[in-house]
Every structure is written in structure tokens, then in C-alpha cells.
Design a protein around this ligand. Structure first.
Ligand code: PMV
Length: 328
């Protein structure tokens, strides 16, 4: 069978997905908005092989155990259902999302897998259907099909829950400075974290209502190239999401003293120096600073004053998925 290789970039949510309305189909409680990043991506090659007696998944040169490949096999099963193929697949994947960037690779990984596996099975899905398929691997992967700014509309069923492009070519100056607080695997996975957050009452329902309402304001800010409004919405949304976790049953938190120091730094730079810099955090302690390339040196200086040895990486807007025939 033919080999197909897909390259998908990771994304960071500015308005978050943090909870499922349907955990089997991965239908979220909120619509979310993200920025796809140029520097970090996953490249995955898939081919089906009738001589295999199970799927064979190799990640960065290492053959995964049956347990470690469960989520990959789940997505391959969906591809087999859609295409009518019955054979197993070879999956070879390379992650270019260094742990040292403090970013999750599941978005780029499942977007690339959905792209390569669907094409290798003979399917030619539209980007909307590809987004729906990637969603079934990891919710945030639905957004990595598209470049630049994307919105995952929560929808209410498998057919209506998918991401769409908002602005794929981002020509205005926006970047994320990723601040690495800790590169260890997280203690509470995003799957568990969002399940627990949903027990936070009545805070969770309020967060859902606020996030859904913030979507239209964020879209307007993107079209107006209005970093200040978009940044404020993103920071508010992330802080409100992280405020749910300590009031869940049982309570938990991803943020450390160092995370808070970086969040406060963003606020101080805005308030005291008028520099547009806004913090966002995902299922871990690392902080990403939404900012302008122009302000990089001031931000770095201020960061190194409070955390002298902290590692940082800069990420800029990136492209949507690319799928080609063959190995690359
Ligand atoms: O796609 P998952 O299951 O890894 O969940 C991602 C959750 C967050 O990164 C915290 C938020 C988001 O919208 O990406």
C-alpha cells in the first residue's frame, strides 16, 4: 500500500477547551480559539500492510508497547471503519516539539496521524472532516489542521463539532514566548484534569458560559489585529480555567510559585511599562507570554531578573497540515 506523510504543527489555545460534553465522541463544553505555531510540529508516515497482525507504532525511533499505543490504535480503528480497510498499519512518527519548550505535542501528533492514516487508507477527507477525525484522538488536534488562528466550534454531535480557519495567514506581529518552568511529565493529565474541573460547582458552569461568550469578542479582536483585547481575553480565560482546579473534588493545581511569578511579571510589564504582554497556561506549570516580537528583549530581561536560569523559546504563527505521498 502507499505511504503517506503528514506534517502538522502544534497549537496553543487562547480561549480554552477544558471539559467534555461527550467524552466518547470528544464534544467539548466550550468553543475554543487557538494559534498554530510554526516552530513545533509532528511528522508522521502511515502505510497499511496486510501481512501485519497488529498495528505497529514507532515514535522517535522507539516501538511503542500495546498500552502506549492505545490512543493511536483507537484513531486507526476509526480510519478502518471509515475506509472499510481491515489491515493493520505501520505508523512512524517524529515529534519536533521539544519537551524543553513546555508545550504539549498531542495536538500536532493526532492531527498528523489523522492526516497520514486517512490518506493511506484511500480516503480523501475535506479539512472539516479531517478536523472531526483528529478531534477523536485529542480534542485540541482538531485545531491543528489549520494554520494561524483557528476556532473549534463545540457543536453538539460528531458531525457538528469541528475546527475552522479564522485567519490562516497571520501578517501582524504576534508571538508566544514559552517559559519553561518544569519539563517533567504532568502529574494530572489533561483528560483527568478537565474531568475533575467539571466537579467545580457552580464555578465550572460560569466558566463555560464566559468562554463561549468570549469567542465572538476574540474573533473581532483577531480581525482587528487588536493584540491588547485578544491578550486580555486570553489571560482572563486561562486564569479563570486554572481557578477551577483548586475548587474541584479532589482539588489540584498545575501552577507553581514560579508560574505565578511569570504571570505577575506580565501584569507588571503592562501596568508599569505599557508593554502588551499577556500570560496563558495549559495543563502544566509552563507559561506562554502572548506578545509582540518588538518587545522580546525587554520581556527577556525582565524574565531573567526574576528567574535567572529559566529556559525560553519563541514561537510564531505557523501553517496548517500538509500531506504528501511517500516517506519524507
Ligand atoms: O486535546 P487535549 O486532550 O490534550 O486537551 C487540551 C487542553 C488544553 O491544552 C489545556 C486546552 C486547549 O484548548 O488546548
Amino acid at each position: 500500500m502507499k505511504h503517506y506523510t503528514a506534517k502538522a504543527h502544534t497549537n496553543i489555545a487562547l480561549l480554552k477547551y477544558w471539559g467534555k460534553a461527550d467524552s466518547e465522541l470528544i464534544i467539548p463544553t466550550t468553543s475554543s480559539i487557538s494559534l498554530t505555531l510554526n516552530e513545533f510540529y509532528t511528522q508522521t508516515t502511515v502505510w497499511f500492510d496486510s501481512t501485519l497482525d497488529q498495528d505497529r507504532v514507532v515514535l522517535d525511533g522507539i516501538l511503542l508497547s500495546t498500552k502506549a499505543s492505545t490512543k493511536v490504535v483507537h484513531l486507526l480503528n476509526l480510519v478502518r471503519q471509515l475506509s472499510g480497510l481491515t489491515s493493520y498499519a505501520h505508523v512512524e512518527s517524529h515529534n519536533h516539539v521539544p519537551t524543553a519548550a513546555g508545550l504539549a505535542s498531542s495536538a500536532s501528533a493526532f492531527a498528523a496521524l489523522a492526516g497520514a492514516a486517512s490518506r493511506a487508507s484511500g480516503l480523501t477527507l475535506s479539512r472539516q472532516d479531517l478536523s472531526r477525525l483528529a478531534r477523536r484522538g485529542s480534542g485540541s488536534a482538531s485545531r491543528s489542521i489549520f494554520g494561524g488562528f483557528a476556532q473549534w466550534e463545540r457543536g453538539h454531535s460528531d458531525l457538528t463539532s469541528f475546527a475552522k480557519p479564522i485567519m490562516e495567514e497571520v501578517t501582524w506581529p504576534i508571538q508566544l514566548v514559552t517559559v519553561l518552568i518544569n519539563d517533567q511529565p504532568k502529574k494530572v493529565s489533561s483528560r483527568t484534569g478537565m474531568q475533575l474541573a467539571q466537579t467545580s460547582a457552580p464555578g465550572y458552569q460560569q466558566w463555560v458560559a464566559d468562554t463561549n461568550a468570549a469567542n465572538s469578542a476574540a474573533l473581532t479582536a483577531i480581525f482587528n489585529q487588536d493584540l491588547a483585547t485578544l491578550g486580555c481575553l486570553a489571560e482572563e480565560n486561562a486564569l479563570a480555567m486554572h481557578a477551577l482546579n483548586p475548587t474541584a473534588t479532589p482539588p489540584f493545581t498545575y501552577l507553581t510559585t514560579q508560574s505565578w511569578a511569570v504571570i505577575r511579571l506580565a501584569q507588571t510589564l503592562r501596568n508599569n511599562k505599557g508593554i502588551p504582554v499577556y500570560a496563558t497556561m495549559d495543563a502544566g506549570p509552563n507559561v506562554k507570554l502572548i506578545s509582540q516580537p518588538h518587545d522580546t528583549s525587554v520581556i527577556m530581561q525582565a524574565l531573567h531578573q526574576i528567574l535567572p536560569n529559566v529556559q525560553t523559546q519563541i514561537a510564531t504563527p505557523g501553517p496548517g497540515i500538509n500531506i504528501v505521498e511517500g516517506d519524507t
